[in-house]
Design a binder for this molecule. Structure first.
Ligand SMILES: NCCCC[C@H](NC(=O)CCCN)C(=O)O
Length: 420
């Protein structure tokens, strides 16, 4: 089987190379027309067209969400009574406001599509596979905002998948980066307008409340654990200096390494926001996002396979220990075994900067993007055909889940502010 597996991997890689121009065009079209979360209509349509034109794929164009899609290929192979193995690849394609594809989601879409095509090419040789195999690509919107994967999970979109792959652009190749849990909140202060010079005492200043809220959180930061993160912006702070602002608005992201600590950080910042309302006489509305992002549940079996395949293609892996950002793929890994490796794109630029936007649209990124897709397809082939690999992946996932349940029992989610 080892030799056959090697041949299948070669076939997957060769097919990705053969399709490289089409794949580049796909990423380029998405990059040239950046669209925000849940508004990714052109990117969505481009991907749907891509899979519709490829042979053998069945496409659900608006799968459970307007800008989500599902493309499936197979099942192929298998005898009677063997259970089906469904391998999933994810495509993200939303951009950031003002700076476009500064997180390289156009390249995520490309790796997902390329890896799926590579796997299909290896599988369609018509061998008598030991079990029925299906390949599924899910287009998952809004990672940079509400987290479309979480909506899709709630709708059952991941229920029939056995394993899920995606890869994210970065500055380095890493099988895992500690992506943390996150919950977002919008804060609205309502005050009363007045002439700021003639009769300011008649006003209730909502901008003052926003400034105090911002300062309260900044002071709180010293008392937070080193790997907790709070960052916010003032989205609205008044309209003219001589009108006491009657409305202000802020948005904050709250992050902790485990989702179990989100209620604690939320309670602490809520106190900051309420205190600002009390001090200024404003009323306050706290609007928490409908979805919480969860940290990634690691699967070392998948990570090791990916690393081995990546190294065989020339990748240099580094270990990252510092907390990073967050991803709705974290929630996926609480439901299905999966990996979310990061990949170098030929630039030292940092994500969420205009320089990264340029890098993710550059021709140089293509070699690294396709290399990543190859490593994903090869890893999928290992999962399918390395003896015992899928069982090991599933067993590790099961153990991680039961550890998680135990920890949740020991430390349930609580929302307290410790008082001395
Ligand atoms: N609810 C807002 C989601 C922001 C997600 C964003 N994700 C990334 O940057 C990609 C993964 C980083 N390792 C974030 O701000 O973390």
């Amino acid at each position: 089987m080892a030799e056959k597996l090697q041949a299948l991997k070669k076939q997957a890689c060769a097919s990705i190379d053969e399709t490289k121009d089409k794949l580049h065009q796909l990423a380029d079209a998405i990059w040239r027309h950046p669209e925000l979360a849940f508004e990714e209509r052109q990117a969505h349509d481009t991907l749907v067209r891509f899979f519709t034109q490829e042979k053998g794929w069945t496409v659900d164009a608006h799968y459970k969400l307007e800008t989500a899609f599902r493309a499936t290929w197979g099942p192929v192979g298998g005898g009677q009574g063997e259970s089906l193995v469904n391998v999933g690849f994810l495509c993200e394609y939303d951009a950031l406001p003002a700076i476009g594809h500064a997180c390289g989601h156009n390249l995520i879409a490309e790796t997902g599509a390329a890896a799926a095509l590579g796997l299909r090419a290896a599988l369609e040789s018509g061998e008598a596979w030991p079990m029925p195999i299906k390949v599924t690509v899910l287009g998952t919107p809004a990672e940079e905002d509400e987290g479309g994967k979480i909506d899709l999970l709630r709708e059952g979109a991941f229920e029939d998948l056995d394993v899920v792959f995606m890869a994210h652009p970065s500055q380095e190749d890493a099988t895992y980066i500690p992506d943390v849990a996150e919950h977002d909140v919008v804060i609205k202060y309502h005050g009363r307008a007045s002439h700021a010079s003639a009769y300011p005492w008649e006003g209730v200043n909502a901008l003052d409340a926003a400034v105090m809220a911002y300062t309260n959180v900044s002071v709180l930061r010293q008392q937070l654990k080193p790997d907790w993160r709070i960052h916010g912006i003032i989205r609205h702070g008044g309209v003219k200096p001589n009108i006491i602002p009657d409305y202000s608005e802020l948005e904050y992201y709250l992050r902790t390494p485990s989702y179990r600590d989100l209620p604690s950080i939320k309670a602490k910042v809520e106190a900051c926001f309420q205190a600002a309302a009390l001090a200024t006489g404003c009323t306050v509305e706290l609007l928490f996002a409908r979805n919480q992002f969860y940290e990634i549940v690691r699967n070392h079996t998948l990570e090791d396979l990916y690393e081995k395949n990546g190294k065989s293609l020339g990748m240099n892996f580094i270990t990252v220990k510092n907390s990073s950002g967050s991803t709705d793929f974290g929630n996926v890994t609480h439901a299905v075994p999966g990996i979310h490796p990061y990949f170098y794109i030929g630039s030292e630029a940092l994500n969420h900067t205009p320089e990264y936007t340029a890098a993710s649209g550059a021709a140089e990124a293509q070699f690294y993007t396709l290399r990543t897709a190859k490593a994903l397809a090869m890893t999928a082939l290992d999962v399918l055909f390395s003896p015992g690999a899928l069982d090991k992946v599933k067993q590790e996932f099961k153990e991680a889940k039961s550890r998680e349940e135990k920890e949740t029992k020991q430390k349930p989610q609580t929302a307290t502010i410790e008082k001395s």
